[in-house]
Design a protein around this ligand. Structure first.
Ligand code: ARG
Ligand code: ZN
Length: 884
C-alpha cells in the first residue's frame, strides 16, 4: 500500500481509503471480451531513487500504435493507488491527461511517442506485499499478476511485451546490493553516500515479470555451463546468517538447468541467474526474468532446521521457477485466463523433474494426494472453475490447485496418450512457434496436436469444463470373456449445469488371481458417456487394476470385493495401484462405518482385513521404506469427507482414529520393531535413510493412538536422540496430540532451541495448530497472542491459521468456534493483506457438503463476512462465490 491510498487511524494501523476497497459490485472480467491493446511499448526505461519510505519512479515508455488492434487516440495506463507527479509527452510537460478511476489516460495523436511519467511510492506501508515493498530493511517487488501498476502507470497486462532498462540509486550502506532483471550494466558511486546500478534485460517481457531488489544481502555464487558452452553465473542472495543454508537450493538449481536441457532441450539465455530469498512473501516464489524472488521457506534448508519434505519443497520450487524461464517467460500468456498455460505446464515439468531426481512412484503418490486433498474439494465446491476460467473479478483468486495441479494433470494426460517422444515433439513445436509471444491454451493444444500427431478436438473440453469426472466400472465375466462396462459423469458446477463427455485415458491391467500376474497393460480412452471393452481368454474372473499410475484425474466408482483389494494391495506391480488398493480398502471400510452400516462383528472383520494387509506391508522386504511409508498412511480426513455426501467430521474423526488405534494395538510389536530398526539408521539424505525416517514417525503415529503412554516415551526418546529436523518434528507432532508431560516439555524445548529461526518458529506454531489434541482451538487462541505472532507476515499467518483450518477435527468443532475464529481472522487480515485473507475463505465452501448443523454455522460466518462491507475485491469475490 502506498501513501496516496493510506490514511492512518488514531492507533496507527494502516487502513485503506475508499478507492482501494470494493464498490458493491466489482467489475467482472470475461475471457470472451479479450481485445489486443491499442499500443505497443517496445521499450521501457525505469529510474528508481530508492528509499524505504519514499521511492521515486521515473518511467520512459516508447509507444507505438498497434496495427493489429482497433485504432485509438487514447493511451490507458493502469495504476493502483498512484498519482502522476509529472507527465511528459515527446519532451513536453503536458496536462492533457486525465484519470479514469485508478488509470491514467493520455491522449496521443501520432503513431509513435515517447511518454515519461513520474510517480512516488511508500514501500514501507505496503502491507499487501504487491508492487514494491519493504521486508526486513530490504526492498523487493512482486508484480504478478497486477502489482506493476502499484509502481508506475503502465499497460499492466501480459500481452504487452517490452525490453527493460533499469537504473537505481540508493544509500550504499542500506542497500549495498542492487538487482534487477537481465544482465548487469554499469554501476558507480556518488559523493552523497549513494550508489547506482544499471540492468538491461534484452528479452521482451510483460510487466508482471519485472523485479527489483535492493538490500544488505550476501550471495552463494556458483556457475553453470550450458549445453552450447556458455558460462552462467548463479547467485542465491540471502541475509548474512542464512548463507550456510543455501547449498541445497544451489544444487537443485544446477540439476534443474541440466534436466531442462536434457529432457526438454531448453537452454538458459542470460549471463546471470539470480535468486533472492525474502521472508515476507504471499506465495511460494516468483519467476521474474533472471531474478527469481523466493519465499525463504523454499530456499533455506539444512538437516537441523528442515525436514525431508522441506528439502523436497526447495528442490521442487527452485525447479518450477527455473522452468518458467521457457514455459512462462520466453512464451508467456496472452491474458490471465490463460494462466494454466504457464502454470499447469510448469507444474507438470517440475513434477517430472522431481520424479527423475528421487522415487518416481512415491512422487506420483504425493502429487495425487495433493490433488485429491486440495483440488478435488475445490472442484466439488462453490469455487469450482475450469483450468481455463471464463471470468473473474480478482485474478489473484485464480492461482488455484485447479489451474496449477489439475492443469498439470490435463497436460500429463496428453503426454500419456501421445507417448513421451511424441509429446516432446509437440512441446518443441510449441516453443518454436510461440517463442517471444504471449500465447493461449489453445495455441498449446494445437502445437501438441500438430507436433505429437494427436486429435485433441474433444480433449479441449478439459480446458472448458470444471468438475471431477466420476467413472464407474462394472465387470462382467461370461465364458472366457471379460467385459468392462465403463461410464462417465461430469458433475455440474457453478455456471455449468450440463456437461459433455471428455476423453479419459485409463491405464489398466487384469490380474490372474492364481499366478498373481497380468498379461500387460492396456490404455483405454473412455470418450463417450458409456462404453464397453471386452478381453478374451480369461477362464477365471480376473482382478481389475484401473487408472494405474493415476493416468486420469477422475474418481473411480467400482464394486470391488475387499478380498480383491487385499490381493492388489499385496500383488499389484504398479506401485501407485498398490497404494490405491490399500487406500480403497480403508476408504470403503470407513465409509460403511461412518454410515452406521457395520455392526460390531462387521467392523471387526473390516478392521481385520486392513490389519492383514498392513501386516503384509510391514513384512514385505521387497518394498523400500519410502514406499512402505506411503502404504502406511491412512487416507486423510479431508479425502474421506470428500467421499461422503453430508459428512459428519466428528464421526469420521472418531472412526478413523478408532481404526488407527485398533491397528496400532494389533500390530504393536511390529510397529515397535519397525521404529527400532529405523532408529538405527544414521542420518543421510539418501533414499534409504529418508525412508527410515518416514516409517519411524508413521510407527509412532499408530502407537500414539493405541498406547499413548508408550508412544509418549518413545516420542520423547526420538525427539532427544534426533540429529535432524525430520525426526525431531515427527516426534513433536505426535507428542503435540497427546496429553502427557512430555508434550509440554518438548514443545518448550523446541521453542527455546529455535526461537531465532523464523522458519522453525513457523513449524512450532503449525505443529500445535494441526495437532489432534482435544484443546487445539484453545491453543491456537493463546498462540495468536504470542509475542512472535504477527498478521504482517504471511508465513506466520499461514503457520497458525492455515494449519488450523486444515485440521478438520479442530476447525469443524461442533459448536462452530473454529469457523468463528477463521472468520474473525479474515476480517482482521483483509485490510492488511487481502490476497492472503481471501485464501482463508475456501474452507467455508464445504458448507454445502457437510451435516446440517455445521452447514448452518459455516454459512452464518460467510454471511457475517459478506455483511462487513468495505471488503477487498479479493475477499469479496470469494465470499460471494462461496455463498453462490
Ligand atoms: N508465478 C508464480 C509461480 O511460480 C506465482 C505468483 C503468484 N502471485 C500472485 N500474486 N498470485 O507459480
Ligand atoms: Zn508457477
Amino acid at each position: 500500500m502506498d501513501i496516496a491510498r493510506t490514511v492512518s487511524n488514531p492507533d496507527g494501523t494502516p487502513e485503506m481509503a475508499d478507492a482501494a476497497r470494493t464498490p458493491a459490485e466489482p467489475t467482472v472480467i470475461k475471457r470472451e471480451d479479450y481485445r489486443p491493446f491499442g499500443w505497443l511499448i517496445p521499450e521501457i526505461a525505469l529510474d528508481f531513487q530508492l528509499g524505504l519510505e519514499k521511492t521515486r519512479v521515473s518511467a520512459k515508455l516508447t509507444v507505438q500504435r498497434n496495427a493489429k488492434a482497433d485504432r485509438t487516440d487514447m493511451l490507458r495506463l493502469n495504476g493502483d493507488g498512484l498519482t502522476p507527479l509529472e507527465v511528459v509527452v515527446d519532451g513536453e510537460v503536458v496536462n492533457s491527461w486525465s484519470m479514469d478511476g485508478e488509470d491514467l489516460m493520455v491522449p496521443l495523436v501520432s503513431d509513435s511517442h515517447l511518454v515519461e511519467i513520474v510517480t512516488e511510492i511508500d514501500p514501507s506501508s505496503n502491507t499487501q506485499l504487491m508492487g514494491l515493498y519493504a521486508s526486513n530493511g530490504m526492498l523487493c517487488t512482486q508484480c504478478e499478476a497486477e502489482g506493476f501498476r502499484r509502481i508506475t502507470f503502465f499497460p499492466d497486462r501480459p500481452d504487452v511485451l517490452s525490453t527493460y532498462r533499469v537504473r537505481m540509486t540508493g544509500p550504499k550502506d542500506q542497500f549495498p546490493v542492487l538487482l534487477s532483471n537481465g544482465n548487469p550494466g554499469a554501476s558507480g558511486e556518488n559523493d552523497d553516500g549513494t550508489h547506482w546500478a544499471e540492468w538491461h534485460d534484452p528479452w521482451p517481457k510483460p510487466s508482471y515479470l519485472f523485479a527489483l531488489v535492493a538490500g544488505d544481502l550476501v550471495a552463494n555464487t556458483d556457475t553453470f555451463t550450458t549445453m552450447s558452452g556458455r558460462e552462467v553465473t548463479l547467485n542465491i542472495y540471502v541475509r548474512e546468517g542464512d548463507l550456510e543454508r543455501t547449498g541445497h537450493a544451489m544444487e537443485s538449481l544446477k540439476k534443474s538447468m541440466q534436466w531442462d536441457e536434457e529432457v526438454f532441450g531448453r537452454e538458459y539465455d542470460l549471463d546471470i541467474f539470480n535468486i533472492v530469498a525474502v521472508s515476507d512473501f504471499n506465495m511460494g516464489a516468483m519467476e521474474n526474468k533472471g531474478l527469481n524472488v523466493f519465499n525463504t521457506k523454499y530456499v533455506l534448508a539444512d538437516p537441523d532446521t528442515a525436514t525431508d519434505g522441506d528439502f523436497d519443497g526447495v528442490e521442487g520450487v527452485i525447479a518450477h521457477e527455473y522452468f518458467h524461464n521457457w514455459s512462462g517467460n520466453r512464451v508467456t500468456c496472452r491474458d490471465w485466463f490463460q494462466l494454466s498455460l504457464k502454470e499447469g505446464f510448469t507444474v507438470l515439468r517440475d513434477q517430472l523433474f522431481s520424479q527423475d531426481m528421487g522415487s518416481e512412484p512415491v512422487k506420483r503418490i504425493e502429487d495425487v494426494r495433493v490433488l485429491r486433498g486440495i483440488q478435488f474439494p475445490e472442484d466439488s465446491g462453490p469455487l469450482a472453475h475450469p483450468i481455463r476460467p471464463d471470468s473473474y473479478r480478482e485474478i489473484s483468486n485464480f492461482y488455484t490447485a485447479t489451474v496449477y495441479n489439475k492443469g498439470a494433470e490435463v497436460i500429463r494426460m496428453m503426454r500419456t496418450m501421445a507417448g513421451e517422444e511424441a509429446f516432446r515433439k509437440g512441446c518443441d513445436l510449441y516453443f518454436e512457434r510461440h517463442d517471444g509471444e504471449a500465447a493461449t491454451c489453445e495455441d498449446f493444444v494445437k502445437a501438441i496436436e500438430d507436433g505429437a500427431g494427436l486429435d485433441l478436438t474433444q480433449f479441449r473440453r478439459w480446458y472448458s469444463q470444471a468438475g471431477t469426472p466420476q467413472v464407474s466400472v462394472r465387470m462382467e465375466h461370461d465364458g472366457d470373456a471379460v467385459t468392462l462396462h465403463l461410464k462417465q459423469e461430469v458433475p455440474s458446477t457453478p455456471g455449468q449445469p450440463d456437461k459433455q463427455p471428455m476423453p479419459i485415458p485409463l491405464k489398466l491391467a487384469l490380474f490372474d488371481k492364481a499366478n498373481g500376474s497380468h498379461r500387460g497393460e492396456e490404455l483405454v480412452v473412455l470418450d463417450k458417456e458409456e462404453a464397453s471393452v471386452t478381453f478374451t481368454d480369461f477362464a477365471d474372473k480376473p482382478v481389475l487394476s484401473l487408472n494405474r499410475g493415476f493416468t486420469a484425474p477422475v474418481s473411480i466408482r467400482q464394486e470391488v470385493s475387499g478380498e480383491d483389494l487385499v490381493f492388489l494391495a499385496a500383488h499389484d506391480d504398479d506401485p501407485f495401484a498398490r497404494y490405491e488398493a490399500m487406500q480403497e480398502l480403508v476408504v470403503t471400510h470407513l465409509k460403511q462405518a461412518c454410515a452406521g452400516e457395520l455392526d460390531d462383528d462387521a467392523r471387526d472383520a473390516g478392521r481385520k482385513a486392513i490389519g492383514d494387509a498392513l501386516a503384509a506391508v510391514l513384512a514385505d522386504d521387497t518394498l523400500d521404506d519410502l514406499m512402505r511409508g506411503e502404504l502406511l498412511i491412512l487416507p486423510t480426513q479431508t479425502y474421506l469427507m470428500e467421499q461422503m455426501e453430508a459428512a459428519d467430521p466428528g464421526v469420521i474423526h472418531a472412526e478413523r482414529q478408532g481404526l488407527r488405534g485398533w491397528l496400532g494395538k494389533q500390530l504393536e510389536a511390529d510397529f515397535i520393531a519397525l521404529h527400532g530398526r529405523a532408529s538405527d539408521m544414521p542420518y543421510s539424505l539418501d533414499a534409504e535413510a529418508r525412508g527410515a525416517r518416514k516409517v519411524k514417525t508413521q510407527a509412532l503415529i499408530y502407537l500414539a493412538e493405541a498406547n499413548p503412554a508408550l508412544a509418549s516415551k518413545m516420542g520423547a526418546g526420538q525427539y532427544d536422540a534426533a540429529d535432524n529436523m525430520t525426526d525431531r518434528q515427527g516426534a513433536l507432532m505426535v507428542l503435540a496430540g497427546l496429553q502427557t508431560p512430555e508434550r509440554t516439555h518438548k514443545l518448550l524445548d523446541y521453542y527455546n532451541r529455535y526461537k531465532d529461526n523464523a522458519l522453525v518458529v513457523d513449524k512450532w506454531f503449525a505443529i500445535q495448530a494441526q495437532s489432534l489434541h482435544p484443546h487445539a482451538i484453545e491453543h491456537v487462541k493463546a498462540l495468536a497472542d504470542h509475542p512472535q505472532f504477527t498478521l504482517k507476515n504471511p508465513n506466520r499467518v499461514r503457520s497458525l491459521y492455515m494449519a488450523f483450518a486444515a485440521n478438520p477435527h479442530a476447525f469443524h468443532a461442533a459448536d462452530g468456534e473454529g469457523y468463528r475464529m477463521i472468520a474473525d481472522l479474515i476480517l482482521e487480515l483483509d485490510p492488511i493483506n487481502p490476497q492472503t485473507a481471501a485464501r482463508f475463505v475456501s474452507p467455508f465452501g464445504r458448507w454445502r457438503r457437510i451435516e446440517s448443523g455445521r452447514s448452518a454455522l459455516m454459512r452464518e460466518q460467510l454471511e457475517r463476512i459478506a455483511a462487513a462491507g468495505n471488503l477487498s475485491r479479493d475477499t469479496h469475490e470469494q465470499v460471494i462465490r462461496s455463498l453462490g
